[in-house]
Unconditional design. Structure first.
Ligand code: 3PG
Ligand code: CO
Length: 554
């Protein structure tokens, strides 16, 4: 088996407390009115940027640097935290599904065979996020799956859509629904009874995460499984267009709807003998539904009916829970993460965020693995997020509370590593509310200050970085970088970006002569793990991406 013992670093001491701060959605971009980080008062982050040039740099946080298919893929929290924690670049879900579809192997696997067992007498249901955002799912993958299932004997198919507007522009849902409708029409031409059966906006229906609000999953369950929703339509394009006409309506928060036939009967509830595939490859926002679909014993909400189905995820969503037990594509095997190594080497670890990002600094950081490696050495603290609101209403979120917990953990001297995620710039950036995002960035900056002050007091070290960009650019741009107009209007960018992110190291505990190397200009998030191991006094495993730092003799 693997040897967990890490070699001593030849020059760097052990025993320094290290704070690892991840600002979610904090990228580096040109200063202008759409750069909320630039607009906001951020004296702490500014001082890091304008401080010693050998202690601040940018790292890549998107595309192939984090295991995504192409350089056009923006970064996201899953792949960003995976890279930060694992210290290596793994081909991620988006890419693994692409490969399995391109080779056709997806249809030969155990997961699809299990699903196929229902094709003769049952309905195949596909549930998931409908967009080309590439963060949780991708439209073209859904299209290939539909086609492949049709060619392999599916007789009746029902699609349960979740509109996006968060990883893609708001309003783009209509076009995506039209595209799927065309594909379903093509299947019908071939004699397959294929339709959209239900829908709703991703943030209001189904795609909650980390158990922030089970009502979200229940709304989806009622529509998808029970065929019940407050809104009924005979056609999904009409549904999305009509629901978008409500004041303040947007794709992310569309209410649930079901599609009914001419007699008002829902066309696609999930019943005994059916097959269900959740088409998202990313785990965090599918785990709750996966539990509802799979667990015999379940008490998070009243399911009313628990249909006997064959259920598979696009991927396995939790390697520790083995959830779901059937899946179409094997997930990246993110093993030997830095967290696991450090715990084996005696590093006492504290990790904290609020609910909506809690799994990012634990589950994603640890390679999509829930739970502790060693509970005696680790403590993970979750601060309950506000639920049932959009975060532009409370843009400060729980930044202060997270910082206080981190401060207390540092000052207690009970931990060697104190790791936090500050969600503000990402969660508020996703609302597209520029003024609120400015407030959010300021709040995150203040939280960083509190943590850095504590590190100062204990003679420790800080590493401040981010997982991907978001708040630094809030407008859709053309290739030349100019805001892209639609009907004379700018389009607000709710999604992440392709921008690099900053990383700063410092604090009284940093040994003299430590500085960022000059020979890794293309360094990315995966280089951070080895860097942090060094700051704890260890050499990183040889197959880790190289450290960003060197120690020069003065
Ligand atoms: C979400 O799930 O909120 C977005 O799709 C991606 O945001 P995250 O990658 O920052 O979590
Ligand atoms: Co985000």
């Amino acid at each position: 088996g693997a040897s967990w013992k890490l070699p001593d670093h030849p020059k760097l001491p052990k025993g320094k407390q290290v704070a690892v701060v991840v600002l979610d959605g904090w990228g580096e971009a040109n200063p202008n009115e759409y750069n909320c980080i630039h607009t906001a008062e951020t004296p702490t982050m500014d001082s890091l940027k304008n401080g010693a040039p050998e202690k601040w740099r940018l790292v890549r946080a998107h595309g192939t640097a984090v295991g995504l298919p192409s350089e056009d893929d923006m970064g996201n929290s899953e792949v960003g935290h995976n890279a930060l924690g694992a210290g290596r670049i793994f081909a991620q879900g988006a890419k693994l599904v692409d490969i399995a579809l391109a080779s056709g192997k997806i249809f030969d696997g155990e997961g699809f065979k299990y699903i196929k067992e229902c094709f003769e007498t049952g309905t195949l249901h596909l549930i998931g996020l409908l967009s080309d955002g590439g963060v949780h799912s991708r439209l073209d993958q859904l299209q290939l799956l539909l086609k492949g299932a049709g060619e392999r004997g599916a007789k009746r198919i029902r699609v349960h859509i979740l509109t996006d507007g968060r990883d893609v522009l708001d309003g783009s849902s209509v076009g995506f629904v039209e595209t799927v409708e065309k594909d379903l029409e093509a299947l019908r031409q071939k004699g397959i009874d294929a339709r959209i059966a239900s829908g709703g906006g991703r943030m209001y229906v189904t795609m909650d995460r980390y158990e922030n609000d089970w009502n979200v999953v229940k709304r989806g369950w009622d529509a998808q499984v029970l065929g019940e929703a407050p809104h009924k339509f005979t056609n999904a394009v009409d549904a999305v267009k009509k629901l978008r006409e409500e004041p303040k309506a947007n794709d992310q928060y569309l209410p649930p709807f079901v599609i009914v036939d001419e007699n008002g009967k829902p066309v696609g509830p999930i019943v005994d003998g059916d097959a269900v595939v959740t088409i998202n490859f990313r785990a965090d926002r599918m785990v709750m539904l996966a539990k509802a679909l799979e667990y015999e014993n379940f008490d998070k909400f009243d399911r009313v009916r628990f249909p006997k189905i064959h259920y598979a995820g696009m991927l396995e969503y939790d390697g520790e829970l083995k959830l779901p037990s059937h899946y179409l594509v094997s997930p990246p095997e993110i093993d030997r993460t830095s967290g696991e190594y450090l715990v084996h080497n005696g590093i006492r670890t504290f990790a904290c965020s609020e609910t909506v990002k809690f799994g990012h600094v634990t589950f994603f950081w640890n390679g999509n693995r829930s739970g502790y490696f060693n509970q005696e050495l680790e403590e993970y603290v979750e601060i309950p997020s506000d639920s049932g609101i959009t975060f532009n209403v409370k843009p400060k979120m729980k930044a202060l509370e997270i910082a206080e917990k981190a401060r207390d953990a540092i000052l207690s001297r009970k931990f060697d590593q104190v790791r936090v995620n500050l969600p503000n710039s990402d969660m508020v950036g996703h609302t597209g509310d520029i003024e609120a995002t400015v407030v959010a960035c300021k709040a995150a900056d203040e939280a960083v200050k509190m943590i850095l002050d504590a590190i100062e007091q204990v003679g420790g070290i800080y590493v401040v970085t981010a997982d991907h960009g978001n708040a630094e650019d809030m407008v859709k741009r053309d290739k030349s970088g100019k805001p892209l107009l639609k009907d004379g209007q700018i389009q607000i960018l709710t999604s992440h970006t392709l921008q690099p992110v900053p990383i700063a190291i410092g604090g009284p505990g940093v040994a003299p002569g430590v500085r960022f190397r000059q020979d890794l200009p293309r360094g990315g998030l995966a280089n951070v793990a080895a860097t942090v191991m060094n700051l704890h006094g260890f050499e990183a495993p040889s197959d880790y991406e190289p450290t960003l730092i060197e120690v020069v003799d003065n």
